[in-house]
Write a protein that binds this ligand. Structure first.
Ligand SMILES: [Zn+2]
Ligand SMILES: [Zn+2]
Length: 151
């Protein structure tokens, strides 16, 4: 019925994590539903489907997923930790208007090499902050810019 759930099960099997209904649902949530979710978001949404789920279970499950590198934590000062369904290193854009965290598909030679100015990168925390294109569009800012460029 749901092919995504099959993929999720295979991912868990590959990482030798014992399949449980809750683990499958939590990983599915982060990978397929909300890609940068907080524990609060996971808990509130999954509680509707799994009334027995607890925050402790979610914390423990996320711990396992992070250790096996199925997901990565994203720390943003002043905000709750987000859990990112995309475990490869990538840049983020944070919108200060709508609060969205958006994956950026930009090349980064340092991340590709794992080195920066001779230093080996082991962890990576970096993001751009501003106003996302959807919010810009709503404000009509894109249009204004377009008009000035035309002149
Ligand atoms: Zn926005
Ligand atoms: Zn991300």
């Amino acid at each position: 019925m749901n092919t995504n759930l099959e993929e999720i099960k295979n991912l868990l099997k590959k990482k030798k994590i014992k399949l449980t209904y809750q683990r499958i649902k939590i990983l599915d949530y982060i990978k397929n539903r909300k890609k940068h979710s907080t524990v609060e978001m996971i808990y509130n949404d999954l509680l509707k489907e799994i009334p027995t789920i607890s925050k402790t279970t979610i914390y423990n499950t996320l711990d396992v997923f992070i250790k096996k590198r199925l997901i990565v934590p994203v720390s943003i000062p002043g905000k709750d930790t987000r859990f990112d369904g995309n475990p490869s290193w990538h840049h983020h854009f944070i919108c200060e208007k709508c609060g969205r965290i958006i994956d950026l598909d930009i090349r980064c030679e340092y991340l590709e090499k794992g080195m920066v100015e001779g230093h080996r990168i082991k962890e990576f925390y970096s993001y751009f902050k501003g106003i996302c294109k959807d919010c810009l569009e709503k404000d009509g800012e894109v249009k204004c810019k377009f008009l000035t460029e035309k002149r």
